[in-house]
Ligand binder design. Sequence first.
Ligand code: NAD
Ligand code: 0WE
Length: 264
Amino acid sequence: MTILQGKKILIVGVANKNSIAAGIAESMNDFGAEIALSYQSEKLKSRVEALAENWNCSLLTECDVSDDSAIKETFKNIKDKWGHLDGVVHAVGFAPGNELDGNFVDASTREGFAIAHDISVFSFIALAKASRELMTDRSSSLLTLSYLGALRTLPNYNVMGLAKASLESSVRYLANSLGKENTRVNAISAGPVRTLAASGVKNFRKMLSYNADRTPLKRNITAREVGDTASFLCSDLASGITGEITYVDAGFNITAMGDLEEIS
Ligand code: NAD
Ligand code: 0WE
């Protein structure tokens, strides 16, 4: 299928083959998109280069999203190569490790809050600003990745929950702001996936099995499943959808109580 044929899309946030952004790149490549990738730092360059060979990736560039000049340079490279752009995928999230360990009130600091919101939220707005002239008036779309911790508490997610709440609000404000230029803005709220960002998290294995047991589908989701929904949302099949948070979580968010068989 070729629902993304002729679409040029920048994907920000591939670190390795397990990244959700890698599942998105793989799907978008299968659906016919032309892909540009950006990676955070020199350290990741060779790994992302090797992955890019598997996809129809014609542009690879370094971009630390906390650095305005790096963002500017990234879109200059895209403008020089392509002249325009049809989509930007933001799959970036970060808080300092000590913010995500222990009781929310004990763990929270002013600096950690600022970093989490800068890297995980403002960067999406910064990408929207910098891509604007390349995307305007050409049925383009912006997509970001959220998590249910935006709306509900869970152990240790702490300041990232606040950042995801702000990110989801940004989706609505950006959608309203850019709608008249025919740019759509959406988020996927994904269920837990074992990625680099998840690997440092205490008890992540337990969380995956807790989650799988309680979803209607009785399993966890894959990065490729997130990728396929991303392909849909960035395609013209989704031309009427903007400002929306789409759940790819095997149904976890809809339940208040699961099956009671196992409970004493
Ligand atoms: P990942 O570690 O593979 O990806 C996170 C990416 O963020 C990495 O590529 C990293 O290089 C990048 N990044 C961090 N700081 C950056 C900076 N300053 N500049 C540029 N890039 C930077 O992990 P992932 O789980 O694939 O995360 C992708 C997105 O998905 C995040 O927004 C995360 O919150 C979200 N998400 C993850 C899960 C999960 O369970 N893994 C679930 C729902 C949502
Ligand atoms: O959004 C995420 C990942 C967020 C994340 C993870 C880390 C770990 C390493 C952001 N910054 C960092 N910084 C680090 O130093 N997810 C949805 C995956 C995730 O992360 C959790 C989770 C889940 C689920 C952290 C605590 C509790 C649950």
